[in-house]
Design a protein around this ligand. Structure first.
Ligand code: GDP
Ligand code: MG
Length: 597
């Protein structure tokens, strides 16, 4: 155990985490030089978006003063939607590299992860990356790091992950300064799962860190939260490939294959113990991941429904946080009501459906989960995360909505803008503004989750000229005055366009969507009234004027093949149309509708 070092890398997007990981792996000859750029990001999507969606672990061997060390690099996801997984990866480490781009500054996400690491007593090695880009060390950034980590200027290692400068110094410091894990090899087994993924050949592969005891090949194991028993068919360590072993000891990190067919059964944060001689307690900090936002997903063309189902099922194998159930809508046909961890998670699912399965989908406006307390039957509480399940107003006693704690980091000049944005989104400032340096400030707000799932991040970027970052944590449920907005097209209610909004904003949003829909929906041979109601009362109305000319008219008598082509084109186009009564709406209307709010 004394020769094991477990560490993670904490960095903001683009500050060089993956590049640094590549260099560490090359220097320790874990991978051949130039083997593959950014080894840890193996999903296309991750690489393009520059974020780590799933975490991974990899073991390196490193010789320091004639002694061999095993260094386990545990990668962490890089986005707020996955903060629970980050917390479990951090809990598996004894140290962390804090990587900061010397031409930028410390960002909100970095700070929240750093605090998680400090709370777990991880040893922090601060690294100033990209020094090849800067003639001199940036004093501002150094000052921020010193303030955050409470270290000295000389503790900060200057690195260029690009050209390899400083890499040996980083590895030496990992060995000399990060403490070895302190488990008990003789105690009953306790191993914490910090990540898992689905492999079509082996089933689920789970990554774990052994806290106490050891895992042996063939051992009968109990997964403590699900109370299920599995056998360790294969265990081992991860290098470039899986390397199977007979035993993984206390303090070390490894993988297990036990024939499990669904990641849902393997919960991140769960404790694995020996089935015959179980540990008395599981490792603390386990939480069940729960979806935070909900939206409906429909195929753009009706006939892709079955394909969509099998794609969703396959995505879920690898993504325990994704939930879905079938539903149908008069306007959109058959689809699924889905739960996601956050907006990014939703976008990732959408993109994976498109790229990996070739299915384009319509996603309805996301909702948070509301608690609706009913009048009559005392104590009856309904969870509503789909506007079509929203009960009639008269039957409701009160409604509660989820609140989150948001921290925003920004430059002093933009603080006024940030505060107005948060107040405009029903936020309350909590505590004092905290100066990280003389010009950088952290502000904390309590704010309804529904207000930040939309365009909060984009707005924040705009009002701060890119100089603000934020992260959030779930707080609790609080009273809310909620209204349901309903859209009628040609006097017909369109469920897929309903949404739940706070009373304060209901009028504004209702009028806006009415205007926008009148632009988005194409003209027909007849005029189409668009009406928008709040809690049943119509408050906005627009009319789409009828079309005068017949589009195909000019083809008559003309070239026959041209006419056929046009008809074929129309047929194809029709598949992408949605029928609301006599009105045909292009699927893109629903997609663009998302952006209106
Ligand atoms: P991540 O998002 O933290 O994983 O960041 P990446 O490792 O993907 O790096 C983001 C960008 O910065 C990439 O274009 C890298 O090539 C570049 N980069 C990383 N480290 C360095 C460095 O030390 N010097 C320079 N000039 N560029 C770097
Ligand atoms: Mg990366």
């Amino acid at each position: 155990m004394h020769n094991i070092r477990n560490f993670c890398i904490i960095a903001h997007i683009d500050h060089g985490k993956s590049t640094l990981a590549d260099r560490l792996l090359e220097f320790t000859k874990t991978v051949p030089e130039g083997y593959r750029h950014q080894l840890l990001d193996d999903m296309d999507l991750e690489r393009e978006r520059g974020i780590t969606i799933k975490s991974h672990a990899i073991q390196m061997e490193y010789k320091y003063k004639n002694k061999e060390y095993k260094l386990n690099l545990i990668d962490t996801p890089g986005h707020v939607d996955f903060s629970y997984e980050v917390s479990r990866s951090i809990a598996a480490c004894e140290g962390a590299l804090l990587v900061v781009d010397c031409t930028k500054s410390v960002q909100a996400q970095t700070i929240s992860n750093l605090y998680l690491a400090l709370k777990k007593n991880l040893f922090i090695i601060p690294i100033l990356n990209k020094i090849d880009l800067s003639e001199s060390r940036s004093e501002d950034v150094i000052e921020e790091i010193i303030e955050l980590v409470k270290c000295k200027s000389e503790d900060i290692i200057s690195v260029s992950a690009k050209n390899g400068f400083g890499i040996k110094e980083v590895l030496d410091k990992i060995v000399t300064h990060i403490p070895p894990p302190n488990g008990d090899n003789k105690a009953p087994l306790q191993a914490m799962i910090f990540d898992s993924f689905y492999n079509s050949f082996t089933g689920v592969i789970a990554y774990f860190k052994v806290k106490n005891g050891f895992i042996q090949k063939g051992q009968k194991l109990l997964f403590m939260s699900t109370e299920k028993i599995y056998y360790a068919y294969e265990i081992g360590i991860l290098k470039l490939k899986r390397i199977s072993k007979n035993k993984i000891e206390a303090g070390d990190v490894g993988y297990i294959v036990s024939g499990i067919k669904n990641t849902y059964e393997v919960k991140v944060g769960d404790t694995i113990t020996d089935a015959k001689n179980p540990a008395l307690k599981s490792i603390s900090g386990f939480e069940e991941v729960k979806p935070m936002i909900f939206a409906s997903v429909y195929p753009v063309t009706y006939d892709k429904y079955e394909e969509l189902r099998s794609a969703m099922e396959r995505l879920q194998l690898n993504d325990a946080a994704l939930t879905f159930s079938s539903e149908s809508s008069p306007a959109l046909g058959f689809g699924f009501h889905c739960g996601f961890l956050g907006i990014l998670h939703m976008e990732v699912v959408k993109e994976r459906l498109e790229r990996e399965y070739g299915i384009t989908v319509i996603i309805t406006i996301p909702n948070v989960s509301y608690k609706v307390f009913m009048k009559k039957k005392s104590n009856q509480v309904i969870i509503v995360n789909n506007p079509s399940d929203f009960p009639e107003m008269e039957k409701i006693q009160k409604i509660e909505e989820p609140y989150v704690l948001v921290s925003v980091l920004t430059k002093e000049n933009y603080i006024g803008n940030v505060i107005s944005l948060c107040i405009g989104k029903r936020g309350n400032i909590i505590g004092d503004q905290h100066y990280l340096t003389s010009s950088r400030i952290k502000v904390t707000f309590e704010i309804p989750l529904s207000e930040i799932i939309f365009d909060f991040y984009d707005k924040l970027k705009t009002i701060s000229k890119g100089y603000a970052t934020f992260d959030y944590y779930f707080l609790d449920y609080r009273n809310s005055d909620l209204k349901k907005i309903t859209v009628l097209i040609n006097h017909q209610k369109v469920d897929a366009l309903s949404l739940l909004v706070h009373k304060e904003k209901a009028f504004f949003i209702a009028r806006k969507i009415c205007k926008e829909l009148a632009i988005l929906i194409p003209k027909h041979q007849f005029s189409i009234p668009i009406q928008v109601s709040i809690s049943g009362k119509i408050i906005a109305r627009e009319t789409i004027k009828s079309l005068r000319k017949n589009v195909t008219a000019k083809c008559y008598g003309g070239d026959i093949s041209r006419k056929r082509k046009l008809l074929e084109k129309q047929k194809k186009g029709k598949k992408k149309m949605r029928q609301i009564g006599k009105v045909e709406i292009p699927s893109s209307t629903f997609v663009n509708f998302l952006k209106i709010k």
